[in-house]
Design a protein around this ligand. Structure first.
Ligand code: DX5
Ligand code: ZN
Length: 219
């Protein structure tokens, strides 16, 4: 299994992001939680900060856009240097057009689904995606409790991708700890976003290693 660990800096020390990034060199992706205070009731950071992060990390960056009108922000995030832009299917009336816009801007496209959103919305876009992100909390804040009802949704998606021959990654985002990591990997996820688990750990690099060991156990 191609396990990918994607730390979220949402719970990192924003006054010292350079040192915070140095703690996660062993990760596979950097997960950037972009919130606008409208789509979700919280506000984080935007393209200027992301452009500066680009200069202090070599990890590929995924901008998880939790914003209304995401189409307005695609050019600025692409310009800031992210490799992937992940958009919520609930944030647009035109998901197919939005994916094309992301790809035309030179990034790969991910689509995120809130916990209550069914998989059907992916039916005609899977071939365009490098990642499907299944939210395991309602987006907006770090440190929330994992919603176990999403587990069968992960298995269902894994079955569908395998059956139909799609190679995109299955991400999970929210409430990942050593216990829930085991459950989501078992269900078929291979891209794990983790904020609190990694940034509240005394040894973030050691925590990333522990997640890899768990994945080996479930492989
Ligand atoms: C939730 C964000 C997540 C979250 C992960 O809205 O999309 O990326 O910050 O944080 P933890 O791991 O603390 O749940
Ligand atoms: Zn996220």
């Amino acid at each position: 299994m191609n396990l990918q660990i994607a730390p979220s800096i949402l719970n990192a020390n924003f006054a010292d992001l350079r040192s915070e990034l140095a703690k996660i060199n062993e990760a596979d992706w950097l997960h950037l939680d972009i919130m606008d205070g409208h789509f979700v009731p919280n506000l984080t950071f935007g393209p200027p900060v992301v452009a500066m992060l680009r200069s202090v990390t070599t990890l590929p960056m995924d901008a998880h856009l939790m914003v209304d009108n995401p189409e307005e922000l695609i050019p600025a995030f692409a310009e800031a240097g992210v490799e992937r832009i992940t958009v919520h299917v609930e944030s647009t009336k035109h998901i197919h057009r939005l994916i094309q816009q992301i790809k035309a801007a030179g990034c790969s496209a991910g689509v995120a689904l809130n916990p209550g959103t069914p998989l059907d919305s992916l039916d005609y876009i899977l071939s365009e995606l490098s990642l499907v992100m299944l939210m395991t909390v309602n987006p907006g804040f770090g440190g929330q409790k994992f919603i176990p009802e999403v587990l069968p949704k992960i298995s269902l998606l894994r079955g569908k991708l395998d059956k139909e021959g799609f190679s995109c990654d299955i991400g999970v985002d929210g409430g990942i700890n050593l216990e829930t990591a085991r459950e989501v990997i078992k269900a078929g996820a291979n891209h794990l976003v983790a904020g609190t688990l990694i940034y509240k750990a005394t040894d973030p690099a050691g925590m990333i290693k522990k997640l890899r060991v768990i994945a080996q156990g479930e492989a």
